[in-house]
Design a protein around this ligand. Sequence first.
Ligand code: NAP
Length: 197
Amino acid sequence: MSKVFTALAVSVDGYITGRAPGAGRGLGDGTMLFDWYFDGDTPSQVFDGFKLSEPSARVFDGLAGRVGATLAGRNTYEHSGHFGGGGPHPTARLIVLSHRPSPEITEQQTLVTTGIEDAVKAAREAAGDKDVALMGGGVVTEALKAGLVDEVTLHQVPILLGGGRPFFQSLPEHVRLRLIEVVPAPGVTHLHYAVER
Ligand SMILES: NC(=O)c1ccc[n+]([C@@H]2O[C@H](COP(=O)([O-])OP(=O)(O)OC[C@H]3O[C@@H](n4cnc5c(N)ncnc54)[C@H](OP(=O)(O)O)[C@@H]3O)[C@@H](O)[C@H]2O)c1
């Protein structure tokens, strides 16, 4: 069965955006979380225009190559300009989780308003034999609460942002992780965990 994972760029104090993210403002004052996408000399084989350090390209393309569908929260969808009517990944279908209708949803996108289980099910179906990537702290937390996450990767950037949207919100109980791999790279450390059940 396909896996459900999340791999987000995060500050050392746990934020996936800076302050005041939003439509037209991207990550707010946290744009440096994405610097490592572009400040290397190894082109991504999956994402046009990305030039990473060699170790980051290996980790990034390894993950990107697994993605068959992306499941994003409504905030990520709104803050990213509806992904231009497509999705964040060049080939994977985008599923959006929200409590309310979205007039902007296109034929290339799927909106789910009936909860995280249905959203992950729709994403798994769209992914086929590939994996599902989760985007947004709210969606990641909902999926963790429902026991639906297999792996978590922190692309940890050495900065304390001091505020923003957290990768992980509060959970009803602890979730144990098992460290699979650590890859130090220029400007970012890639921490790959399995979720223990
Ligand atoms: N650093 C990175 O790598 C990275 C990656 C991805 C995203 N981001 C950024 O992270 C920010 C968004 O993160 P976030 O944590 O604020 O939000 P999010 O997870 O993208 O979206 C949360 C929203 O999704 C909907 N939702 C969540 N759980 C639901 C459920 N069980 N049922 C129905 N709807 C549900 C709700 O929308 P409604 O109630 O409004 O319908 C909720 O407010 C954006 O600024 C984005 O750009 C950063």
